[in-house]
Each structure stands twice: as structure tokens, then as C-alpha cells.
Design a protein around this ligand. Structure first.
Ligand code: SF4
Length: 421
């Protein structure tokens, strides 16, 4: 039960209960258990480790009272904008658009983070907290809470983020687009580093060759994650199994790691209902994965999302992108994706394709042969994510192409906005 204490014009609410299920709504919804401090200038929210996670300004210069700042576990401040709800939902499948502080491939959005009111709050929330000092007659629980959140200064939070990256051997540079279903609130566990292809066009690849983790390394990560997330673990019900091609890891290692991590990290006893697991796959790993792996994952009590980078079904385009697979393999991988989605209710395989104005002319016709002509009906499952090739280059003509392709596709089709953890 949440305890609220008011001191002059400041309200403190400890351990408030938000929604217990991720839901797509056109109004702000807070999830899980969190604490809140409301001052005349802002509403600040904290997780169960007393770290700031959300903030909204209350002044007249705040862009929109329905919009807010979110601080990620990687210590990025992200601004959630409505951008005119209908357009955003059509484009990304969510009502709110995440605006990131780093360059990404988004075609929509604005420079909200540099607006004075937004930049001020992201940069001065800790000073604001210091100003909320309450009298010594306040309840002990409030005084303790205030001293704990003050101790989690921006410098401390940055160090915490670096400690998280160290657990799995580095920062997660890209999350699967499907992580939008849990607002990107995932716990990162790496079962294999790197990827097979090192495609020329890719900006998120690592230099290291593909390497599977030893079971002992996975166990060590799980212990590290449990300790890092601490009391706030109860707010998590989703796992990201990294890195760029977890499906390429040994199938036994993959399923054992998922089972172990979800159990040890308490994802089934989270305050958030319904566990999810997200991972990336490649064309090779999707084609080579044994059927029993999907049968095993299907029995697992979590929704499994596997995202595969197909990029193009046109050979000239694949060659231009420097992706070392053939168009025939892309067609086979697309067929396996459909077969898995048709057979397994708890598994959704989704795919990414590139969009860009400067790709060979057969790229779009080849894409439509798969997602329109290759399917005899519209399907609700198996999202297609179109990813603009260039970073920081919003383009009206690509956005126009996206809307046209979305209409023609027989699969749910959205833009992929690259987000890191
Ligand atoms: S697109 Fe995927 S497979 Fe290709 S280099 Fe990037 S991470 Fe690796």
C-alpha cells in the first residue's frame, strides 16, 4: 500500500502501484512499483533501488503534459513524445515515440531533448531534489527515502550503468524492435558475442568474431545481474538474450540459459504479468536451428520474440549492403519464419528489411514478392520492421515509401527505431 506524505507544496508517495501489464495506450501509463516526489515544478519517479527513472516538468514551457522523460538502465534520458498519436502508432506500433539522445535511424520525431524545459529537467533533477529538503519531523521512512535518492546522484548513476555493461562484457548497442512490447525494459544476458556476417552497412556490429559463452560465464552473468538489479528485479518480466545472434549459439546452451535466467531473476514472480524473452537471429541461424528448439521454447512459460535481419530479397541489394548471404537464402528464411509463426503460438519471428532511396530498383519489388505476393492472406503475427539505412537523416520520401509498403504488406509492418540499452 502506497504511503503519501505532504510537506508544504511537496508530495512524497512511497511504493506506488502502477499498471501490472504492458499495454498500448494513448495516455501515459506507469508500470510496476515505484516511488514519486511531486514538487511545484516537476514529478520525479524512482525505482525500488531509489534511482530516478522518470521525470516530467509541470511548467508552462513543458512541451506536453502527456509527455515525459525516461532514464534507462544505461543512463540515457529518452523523451517520449506523442507526435500526433495516430501517425506515431501507424509508424511504430506504439502511441509514444522514443526520442533518443544519440543518433539513430528514426524518420520521425523532433529535437525534444534540446528544448530548454526538457534539457533543464534532465540536467537539474538532482538539484531540484536537494531543494525538497523536509523538516526533521517528517516520518522516518520519508527522510530515509530522500537521503537514498539524493545519494544516487548523476555521477553514481553513470557508474551503475557502467557496472551493468561490465557484467555482460559491454553495452547492448541495439535492442530488438520487438522489445517495444515491454517498453525496452529488458534484462540483458549475453549467450554469444558478435555475429556471423559483419555486414558492410551495419553500424552496430562489433569487431569481435562470433563467440559462444561458456555455461560458467552465463552463470556468472546471471549472478551479477541478480545483484545489480537488486530489489528492483520485481519490476522486470523480460529478458534480452544477446548479443547480435543468440539463435546461433548451441541450442542446448540457449534453452538452458533462458530457463536458468528467467527462474533465477524471478521473471515469473514479477509484479509485471506475463514474461517475455527477446533475441536476435541471422539467416543462417534461423535456417539451421533444429525444430526441437522451437518445440522446447514453445513449452516455456514466456512469449518468445526472435528478430532476424533479412534486409533484402534482392541479390544486387544484398551485395550493395555487403551482407554475405544469397537472395535464395533470404526467401528460405522468410518461409521458415512463416512456418514457425504458423505452428507455434508462443513464438513470434519478426524480420527487418532496409529502406533507403539509393538501393537497386529491384529491392522493393523483391520485398513485395515476399510480404504481399508470397502470402495468401493478411496475418496478424510476424512483424516486418523497415529500417532506414542512414542515421540522423529523416526523409519525407522514405517515410512516404514506408506508408505505401505498409499498406501493401500482408504482415504488420512498422519502422524500426534503433535503441540501445
Ligand atoms: S546486420 Fe546483424 S549480422 Fe550484419 S553486421 Fe550487423 S549485427 Fe552483424
Amino acid at each position: 500500500m502506497s504511503e503519501t506524505y505532504r510537506c508544504r507544496d511537496i508530495a512524497f508517495s512511497l511504493e506506488k502501484r502502477g499498471a501490472d501489464q504492458y499495454t498500448k495506450t494513448s495516455y501515459p501509463l506507469r508500470y510496476g512499483v515505484f516511488s514519486e516526489i511531486e514538487t511545484p515544478d516537476a514529478i520525479l519517479q524512482f525505482n525500488l533501488n531509489d534511482e530516478i527513472i522518470q521525470a516530467r516538468g509541470k511548467g508552462r514551457d513543458w512541451p506536453d503534459p502527456q509527455e515525459w522523460l525516461k532514464r534507462t538502465v544505461g543512463n540515457d534520458w529518452i523523451y517520449y513524445s506523442t507526435g500526433g498519436y495516430a501517425g506515431v502508432f501507424e509508424a511504430i506500433g506504439e502511441y509514444y515515440l522514443p526520442n533518443t539522445p544519440y543518433p539513430t535511424n528514426s524518420l520521425i520525431g523532433g529535437k525534444f531533448l534540446s528544448l530548454p524545459s526538457v534539457a533543464r529537467l534532465a540536467g537539474s533533477w538532482h538539484d531540484l531534489l536537494r531543494d525538497t529538503a523536509v523538516g526533521h519531523d517528517a516520518p522516518g521512512a520519508i527522510l530515509d527515502f530522500l537521503s537514498r535518492v539524493l545519494a544516487n546522484s548523476p555521477a553514481v548513476l553513470q557508474k551503475r550503468a557502467e557496472a551493468l555493461f561490465a557484467i555482460s562484457g559491454g553495452r547492448v548497442t541495439v535492442l530488438p524492435p520487438d522489445a517495444r512490447h515491454v517498453d525496452y525494459n529488458v534484462i540483458p544476458l549475453t549467450v554469444a558475442e558478435g555475429c556471423l556476417y559483419k555486414c558492410r552497412f551495419c553500424r552496430v556490429k562489433t569487431d569481435s568474431p562470433f563467440r559462444e559463452m561458456e555455461p560458467g560465464e552465463v552463470d556468472r552473468q546471471i549472478r551479477g545481474l541478480k545483484s545489480w538489479y537488486g530489489p528492483n528485479l520485481v519490476n522486470y518480466n523480460a529478458l534480452f538474450v544477446g548479443e547480435h545472434d543468440a539463435l546461433c549459439a548451441d541450442a542446448g546452451l540457449l534453452t538452458a540459459s533462458i530457463h536458468k535466467a528467467c527462474t533465477a531473476l524471478g521473471l515469473f514472480s514479477s509484479v509485471m504479468r506475463g514474461a517475455s524473452v527477446f533475441l536476435f537471429a541471422s539467416v543462417d541461424s534461423l535456417l539451421n536451428a533444429p525444430e526441437w528448439l522451437f518445440e522446447d521454447l514453445e513449452r516455456f512459460p514466456a512469449a518468445i520474440y526472435i528478430n532476424v535481419g533479412l534486409e533484402s530479397a534482392d541479390q544486387e541489394t544484398l551485395d550493395r549492403l555487403g551482407k554475405p548471404v544469397t537472395a535464395a537464402m533470404i526467401t528460405q528464411a522468410f518461409a521458415r519464419m512463416q512456418a514457425i509463426n504458423d505452428r507455434f503460438a508462443n513464438i513470434e519471428v519478426t524480420a527487418n528489411f532496409i529502406i533507403d532511396e539509393e538501393l537497386p530498383e529491384n529491392h522493393i519489388p523483391a520485398f513485395l514478392r515476399l510480404v504481399r505476393d508470397g502470402l495468401n492472406r493478411k496475418k496478424p503475427k510476424g512483424c516486418i520492421y523497415l529500417s532506414p539505412r542512414r542515421i540522423g537523416r529523416p526523409s519525407r520520401s522514405i517515410l512516404f515509401d514506408f506508408h505505401r509498403l505498409k499498406l501493401e504488406s500482408r504482415l504488420p509492418t512498422f519502422l524500426y527505431i534503433i535503441q540501445r540499452l
